[in-house]
Write a protein of this length. Sequence first.
Lengths: 338, 338
Amino acid sequence: MDQVNLKKLAKELNLAVSTVSRALRDSHEISPKTKERVRELAEKLGFQPNPHASSLRQNRSKTIAVIIPEIENNFFSQVINGIESVTPDKGYHVLIYLSHEDYNKERDILQLLRNGRVDGVMISVSNTTTNMDHIEAWRQNGFPLVIFDRTCEDVDVPNIMTNDAEMAFKATEHLVKRGCKRIAFLGMAGNLSISNRRKAGYLAALEKYRIAAPPKVVELTAKDYINRDLLKQIFQEQPRPDGIFAAIEKFAVNTYEVCKELNLHIPKDVKVISFSNLQAAALFDPALSTIIQPAYDIGREAANILFKIIEKKMLMPYEKKMILPSQLIERASTAITS
Amino acid sequence: MDQVNLKKLAKELNLAVSTVSRALRDSHEISPKTKERVRELAEKLGFQPNPHASSLRQNRSKTIAVIIPEIENNFFSQVINGIESVTPDKGYHVLIYLSHEDYNKERDILQLLRNGRVDGVMISVSNTTTNMDHIEAWRQNGFPLVIFDRTCEDVDVPNIMTNDAEMAFKATEHLVKRGCKRIAFLGMAGNLSISNRRKAGYLAALEKYRIAAPPKVVELTAKDYINRDLLKQIFQEQPRPDGIFAAIEKFAVNTYEVCKELNLHIPKDVKVISFSNLQAAALFDPALSTIIQPAYDIGREAANILFKIIEKKMLMPYEKKMILPSQLIERASTAITS
DNA sequence: ACATTTTTCGAAATCGTTTGCAAAGAATTT
DNA sequence: AAATTCTTTGCAAACGATTTCGAAAAATGT
């Protein structure tokens, strides 16, 4: 790899390395004439500065890390898309890490990055994360960090999320207005902030509408077969739920699967609504009513805020806790059946 | 950031920097006793070597880049997942770049990486890529590179893909056996290798089964509304197709949408089968018959091969062109209606 | 013509790690 | 005992770009 570097350019042009460097960075202390000469040769030889040398010297990597629990989930894909909508313009690169919903992996990844490899981190915590020490350590270190979607209130770090509680309230309200009397909430096991917020909205709606039946909070997992078993149990109890509010897309899919198996008709026997960013939800049998999160915007805004922190700009108060609204789309799965 | 570095460790231990470095890299030329002392302090102070300094010195970044056309597509998410299943163990980091199906962006990204930022690249080319010069330039440069899924035969670079033609043949055959007489192929506009391979399989099946109706190859785009208009036209022609083979998942979705709008019944009026990695395809109305690609495996194998190249190991012949088989899943959208 | 400022450039230090080489001491062989 | 290896460590030079500092050279002012 006979890479062309500053030294080579300098020799060729009969200039000092420092002059070439300055010329390429458009320094005021280089004459227009030499700048032109330098740029021309650099262009011709296809010179590109070695990023490691730059990063080492400037103590700045021009790279950020995104840590997410999983990637086979439309929501996180859209977030990444949103992030990528700002990074190239900033001249930044994006490293992806998956925690696979494992606290230990998450901690190790964060640990791994405490050496200057990245200038900042965006993270959505795993659902097994109960301890926020690893996040807190970063914050205290003064390392730029933002948390999105799966936030943690305990730590003083910018949060970018959606109005989970409000939308959960609306979703539950929607089911109530469609005539459901026994609404179950399908949340993620663990102590996830979004699960808690969504559960709170669910409970608030039940209370507001004075639903007689006691709240039914079901904690599902990452494993489909376990979820299906649990759901089967629940649908075989008497009286069974006539409304399902799934806090996670995957759980709505599990519900559909189980209903098909048990010959329960959606929406006649059970109405279903779910948080989901799946475009194809409209094609389901029946079309699934969803709460769509502004995933792309969450990614974009989170990235913007991270860059503000990296650039040591002051954050507006609203940027410390940004809430982007979701959207409820009614479809056949919550239709009234006469 | 009072980062702890080798110099600090050395001073503290009253050793030379080089000794500390060697001790941490477990060099044979350091006595077990000093190794222990060094490791202990390094552990205590939480020393982590600066990756930029290492990369600069060793001319090796421990990072690979993945360039994909888009990320809001289950297939590519699964590929990334597969890649990530091997990278951490190798101590490697993964940069993600999106070409957004734009040849110029793709070229620029590749250009951007020709400076040592990464040790290798995995790419799935955009559908506007007709010119392979940028890939060829990399190859000639001796830079480690593998192409997956959307490969290009012209260039002598390891390919990892699925048996597109064969599965396209089987999908078409499947429609024929389900009684379809006029089967249309929905491919991506542009000169994409996978489109061509899948088209070839489609045509071969039509020929083998001596289908009277002339082949109908429809070229769709990235824009949903354009696709829907085109599909509407096609379904309003007489005679209209009674079978649709979508080479891309998105096109099957478009087909469903249009059929709903035109009140065409799937599978009675039209049968549909599609390449797709969407788990929820089984929940569609009707459940969509799919050809599932081994996306995760493609990612994993592609990464493994890339690492072999990076480590300058010889490739087995089959690794230069690896074909991982897809799987055809019959569902209601191609069922026989009596 | 001289002094002063401004412009333009070069030498060298720096970032933190790795590594070739030398050197000192210990262990072994002759 | 001398000569030889082997073990263990330190010194210093890389890697390539940036940046501080200072020195010419040119432009300006008196």
